[in-house]
Ligand binder design. Structure first.
Ligand code: ZN
Length: 375
């Protein structure tokens, strides 16, 4: 039998003590890494683009099981939503820390398909245990700094309103992947982007773990708790939100931090949240509003490209009347998820090659809503 790292043994005992879940016997058989199917990653193809690498640029064809944010009632013009009222002066900032997969069996009916989503797993350690060990330590640091903190299980309170929502997860991989990554919702407010940048800076620096630069999946950006249009149990539209994949349970070097040193991982996250809260303008309600576009359709045959340029690599040719979910705009180009057949592609299309939904000219078979994801 392999010798276990003493630090890891202590961490295991700590996890057992706080969760009452017995690890499997440490035989050579169970020393092999195990990964649940839900932890499998959708790889993102690296591309040369002007935006940061941690923002998804391109994904290969994916199945209908992959999340696509859906607007329930397409309209020709974006709805006008008033900016939120700032909290009274002197109110302490409020942060929601979600322990990924914790009590996922208690998810409400609208998320029943995720009740069995228990996340990554390694040698008797569940992802929820690792997420919880980190989250409680993030809470302690934030509370000591005067922040009001709520620890949340997999089920998020309806239209959850906070100054920041941070979902804490860990990864699994059968292909030896490692490192951390952070994602915002598809439609990213300036506040969510600032929160992501702040935590990315401190988490990498404090933990010393590498960034899994092209590892952000559409499952992360389509995280169920971000989907306020589809789910009651999700963040409010104006809550700045990120999902943090702290590292891979299936990688020994990552485990040396996220399992053996949860306090270090926690400091990496907490310092970033505190930075964000310090630098933000709490009266800037506009920063909290994600951009909005109606559901569009391609008006002709359209090339979906890897960057907003006529010379950028073509990811796929989409026929006319393909459904387009826009989440970003750069000049004359939309960054969007385009449905072609049963697959979805993320890339750039020319804005003048799209049209609004038109009740007289809808595709023959209206698209069904795929389930949201829980990476
Ligand atoms: Zn997870």
């Amino acid at each position: 039998m392999k010798q276990m790292n003493p630090v890891l043994i202590i961490a295991l005992l700590t996890l057992v003590a706080c969760t009452s879940v017995m690890p499997q016997p440490a035989s050579d058989v169970v020393m092999e890494p195990l990964v649940t199917p839900s932890a499998t990653l959708v790889p993102i193809t690296p591309t040369a683009t002007p935006t940061p690498a941690r923002i998804v640029q391109v994904v290969p064809p994916v199945s209908d099981l992959v999340a696509e944010p859906v607007i329930a009632m397409p309209t020709a013009t974006p709805s006008v939503i008033p900016t939120p009222t700032p909290r009274p002066p002197g109110t302490p900032p409020r942060v929601g820390l979600q322990i990924g997969h914790l009590r996922s069996d208690e998810l409400p009916d609208e998320l029943a398909h995720l009740r069995t989503s228990s996340g990554a797993y390694w040698n008797g350690i569940t992802e929820a245990q690792v997420n919880e060990a980190i989250a409680v330590r993030v809470r302690d640091i934030l509370v000591a700094a005067g922040v009001e903190v709520e620890l949340l299980p997999a089920t998020v309170p309806p239209a959850y309103d906070a100054d920041a929502f941070v979902a804490i997860h860990a990864d699994g991989s059968v292909e030896g992947a490692r490192g951390w990554k952070i994602a915002t919702p598809w439609r990213t407010s300036a506040a969510s982007r600032a929160l992501m940048e702040a935590v990315a800076a401190t988490y990498g620096a404090i933990t010393g773990l590498p960034e899994d630069r092209n590892g952000v999946t559409i499952n992360m950006r389509g995280y169920y708790a971000f989907s306020y249009r589809r789910h009651t149990h999700a963040i409010a539209r104006t809550t700045p939100a990120i999902i943090v994949e702290t590292g891979f349970l299936t990688n020994a070097a990552d485990r040396a931090v996220i399992v053996a040193q949860p306090a270090l991982a926690a400091r990496g996250i907490a310092e970033g949240i505190l930075q964000y809260l310090k630098q933000r303008d709490p009266n800037n309600g506009a920063a909290l509003l994600p951009p909005e576009w109606p559901i569009l359709y391609t008006s002709t045959n359209v090339s979906v490209r890897a960057a907003p340029s006529e010379t950028a690599r073509i990811i796929v040719e989409a026929p006319a009347d393909s459904r387009v979910f826009v989440f970003n705009r750069d000049g004359d180009w939309y960054e969007a998820m385009v449905r072609v057949g049963d697959s979805r592609y993320v890339g750039w299309i020319r804005a003048d090659q799209t049209r609004p939904a038109d009740t007289n000219n809808i595709p023959a078979s209206p698209p069904t809503d795929p389930p949201a994801m829980n990476p």
